[in-house]
Design a protein around this ligand. Structure first.
Ligand SMILES: Nc1ncnc2c1ncn2[C@@H]1O[C@H](COP(=O)(O)OP(=O)(O)O)[C@@H](O)[C@H]1O
Ligand SMILES: [Mg+2]
Length: 254
């Protein structure tokens, strides 16, 4: 479980995150949703320590991350897996070598054990056959699956994904979503996913945090979205007129 308390982030005179408090639960796909520019990536960077909050707390199962020494933060980072938009695969390494990379860096395993572990992770994302290929030789969806395999190689307790479906078609996005949720439940990971993909919101939104201009606007389960009276959330979710009409037909609400 990750808890944030009164989190604020300011860049010079610009306040991007405004007093956000929320809980992200283990075994669940916790989604952070909101329009482009609302602060999702900045929030995630504050969670993993790529940015430091201006004020507030980030608690990893009760451990105060912000207050930790650099050494303690590095130790805690080993419990985190990350799939960031920009964190691409290493083009000059094979798929298997990419998944082995965190093991080479951070584990005490010998070569045989590292290969075995990497193969287990590739098998989990159904990519065993592609282990000798290079990233340039496989599809975007497969590359995302390699990134997931790499992110789980060290058995993380916490998994962070920034827009994992960006650039993927809807069908491939579903595969990625199912995989992320499956892994989350199987290994009881606290998974946090930034997204503005409505299929993901409705499909794997176990616990959704909606932020609007850096403020927490709503938090709840996807099944409660339809009934929400929060106008900003409704406008965001039902951005198209067609969806608004469908919602009105189902719930009678505007
Ligand atoms: N390093 C930075 N310095 C100043 N402003 C930033 C910085 N990083 C992000 N921002 C601003 O913070 C806001 C939120 O950005 P971001 O978290 O990337 O939005 P999202 O991921 O929801 O699309 C944007 O207005 C962006 O310009
Ligand atoms: Mg972003």
């Amino acid at each position: 479980m990750i808890e944030i308390k009164n989190l604020c982030k300011q860049f010079e005179d610009r306040q991007v995150l405004k007093d956000i408090s929320a809980v992200f639960e283990n075994g669940k796909t916790n989604l952070i949703i909101g329009q482009s520019g609302s602060g999702k990536t900045v929030l995630m960077k504050n969670l993993v320590g790529l940015l430091d909050p201006t004020s507030g707390e980030v608690l990893y199962d009760g451990r105060d991350f912000v207050a930790m020494s650099k050494k303690e933060k590095i130790m805690l980072r080993r419990e985190m897996g990350m799939i960031f938009q920009s964190a691409a695969l290493f083009d000059s390494l094979t798929v298997l070598e990419n998944v082995m990379f965190p093991l080479d860096m951070f584990s005490n395993m010998n070569l045989k054990e590292r290969i075995k572990r990497a193969r287990t992770c590739l098998d989990r994302v159904n990519l065993s056959e592609a282990e000798s290929k290079y990233p340039g030789e496989i599809s975007g969806g497969m590359q995302k699956r390699v990134a997931i395999a790499r992110a789980i190689a060290l058995n993380p307790k916490y998994l962070f994904c920034d827009e994992p479906n960006s650039g993927l078609d809807p069908k491939t996005s579903l595969v990625i979503d199912d995989l992320l949720r499956g892994i989350t439940q199987e290994f009881n990971i606290t998974t946090i996913i930034n997204t503005h993909d409505m299929n993901s919101v409705m499909g794997i939104g176990d616990n959704i945090l909606y932020i609007y201009e850096g403020r927490k606007e709503w938090q709840g389960h996807s099944k409660d979205i339809m009934d929400s009276d929060n106008q900003k959330l409704t406008d965001f979710i039902f951005a198209s007129d067609l969806l608004k009409k469908m919602r009105k037909a189902v719930t009678g609400k505007q």
